[in-house]
Write a protein that binds this ligand. Structure first.
Ligand SMILES: C[S@@+](CC[C@H](N)C(=O)[O-])C[C@H]1O[C@@H](n2cnc3c(N)ncnc32)[C@H](O)[C@@H]1O
Length: 235
C-alpha cells in the first residue's frame, strides 16, 4: 500500500520554504493507519481548524514539531478535555504519532497535519483561537548563518501571540543552552507576553513530565534541558 500523491498533497505543501526533512520510510502498517485516520482527524491544506469539528468549549492546544508524538500523547492523556493540534513536517514522525495516539485511545481529540507551523498559524488558525502552544526541543541550527532557520523568530513569536487567546500560554523546552537563550530573548521582548519565571528566567521542569526523544538524547549527551513558560496578557 502506498499513500498516493493526492493524499499526501492534502497534508503537506511545497510552496512555503521550510528547513528540515519531510519524507522518509513509513511501514505498511503505519500507512494503513494514516489512511484510516487522516481523513477524520487530519488538518488538510484546504481546511481551517474551524472545519475540523472541535467540540465547543474544548481548550485547543497546539504542539509544533511533535517529533514522534511523545509529548502529544502525554498531553492528551493528562488533559482529557483538551483538543491537541499536532503540527509536524516529517512524515515518519506523523506516522509514529498517529499510531501512538490511536494505541493510547486519544486520537479522536487530536487534529494532525504535516504542514509547516508557520503556514498553519497564518492560514488555518483564527486570531485568539488557541489556548496554548507548545514547542519542545526545536531544531537548533547551530551555525550562525543558519540561525534564520530556527522556528522561533520575532515574526513567528508575534504570529503565535496573535493566535493565542488572552490568558493563553506558550511553553518551550530546549536542551541546547544557546537556543534556549535565543528563544527566551525573543519571547521576553514580544509584546503581550509575560515570562512566568520573570524576564531572563527559566521555570523548573514539571514533575512527571514525559521525557521526549530529544530531551532524552540531550540527557544522554550530558545536557540538562531548560524550560520556558509564557502567558499572554489578559487585556
Ligand atoms: C529536534 S526535533 C524535536 C522533536 C520532539 N519535539 C522532541 O522533543 O523529541 C524538532 C522537530 O520539529 C520539526 N519541525 C521543524 N520545522 C518545523 C515546522 N516549520 N513546522 C512543524 N514542525 C517542524 C522537525 O521535523 C522535528 O521533528
Amino acid at each position: 500500500m502506498r499513500l498516493s500523491k493526492e493524499f499526501r498533497d492534502q497534508f503537506s505543501q511545497q510552496e512555503m520554504r521550510t528547513h528540515g526533512r519531510k519524507n522518509g520510510f513509513v511501514t505498511d502498517g503505519q500507512e494503513a493507519r494514516l489512511l484510516k485516520w487522516l481523513p477524520k482527524i487530519g488538518l488538510s491544506k484546504d481546511k481551517t481548524l474551524n472545519d475540523t469539528h472541535i467540540p465547543k468549549d474544548s481548550p485547543i492546544v497546539m504542539e509544533i514539531g511533535f517529533g514522534n508524538g511523545d509529548f502529544l500523547v502525554y498531553t492528551a492523556q493528562n488533559n482529557p478535555d483538551w483538543t491537541l493540534v499536532g503540527v509536524e513536517i516529517y512524515l515518519p514522525g506523523v506516522a509514529k504519532a498517529v499510531g501512538r495516539l490511536e494505541d493510547a485511545g486519544v486520537i479522536e481529540r487530536a487534529r494532525i497535519t504535516q504542514l509547516p507551523a508557520q503556514f498553519v498559524l497564518e492560514h488555518q488558525v483564527e486570531p485568539e483561537q488557541l489556548d496554548g502552544i507548545i514547542v519542545n526541543h526545536p531544531d537548533p541550527w547551530p551555525k550562525a548563518r543558519h540561525h534564520k532557520r530556527r522556528i522561533i523568530q520575532k515574526d513567528m513569536a508575534e504570529m503565535m501571540v496573535s493566535r493565542l487567546k488572552p490568558g493563553g500560554f506558550i511553553q518551550l523546552a530546549s536542551d541546547i543552552e544557546e537556543l534556549a537563550e535565543w528563544m527566551r530573548d525573543i519571547l521576553d521582548e514580544t509584546p503581550q507576553l509575560t515570562n512566568v519565571a520573570g524576564k531572563g528566567g527559566y521555570v523548573d521542569r514539571d514533575e512527571g513530565r514525559v521525557f521526549t526523544k530529544f530531551e532524552q538524547r540531550g540527557i544522554n549527551a550530558g545536557r540538562i534541558s531548560k524550560f520556558l513558560h509564557y502567558t499572554k496578557d489578559k487585556t
